[in-house]
Design a protein around this ligand. Structure first.
Ligand SMILES: [Zn+2]
Ligand SMILES: [Zn+2]
Length: 111
């Protein structure tokens, strides 16, 4: 983006009304620019999208687990998310793991 009056490089600045205004450092000429606004908005969205994705991923992980009626050995809560162990020997029954919905304690199935 270059100044329309003198051709020097202009710098995007925030005006008091919140608009992005391009101001020439050489001659002081200022001009509103559609390009400048697009740049600012695009930058903001890509940043918050990344934050949102991280939050949603961790929430989905817990929500996708089924819930069982199991007493938590720590706090006594009776609702726990559970999943099967990914690593197991062929001759062994799959181990169930539970995560207490209240205190977050992870514990194994009672043998
Ligand atoms: Zn200028
Ligand atoms: Zn608990």
């Amino acid at each position: 983006m270059f100044c329309s009056r003198c051709g020097a490089l202009v710098i995007p600045t925030r005006s008091s009304s919140g608009e992005t205004v391009f101001k020439c450092a050489a001659c002081g000429q200022s001009q509103s620019s559609k390009t400048g606004e697009d740049y600012t908005i695009e930058h903001k969205i890509s940043h918050s999208d990344r934050d949102m994705t991280v939050v949603l991923e961790s929430l989905n992980e817990l929500d996708q687990l089924p819930t069982a009626k199991v007493g938590c050995p720590k706090c006594g809560h009776s609702q726990a998310s559970y999943w099967q162990s990914q690593v197991q020997a062929d001759d062994e029954a799959p181990t169930l793991f539970y995560r207490c919905r209240r205190c977050g304690l992870t514990f194994r199935e009672h043998a």
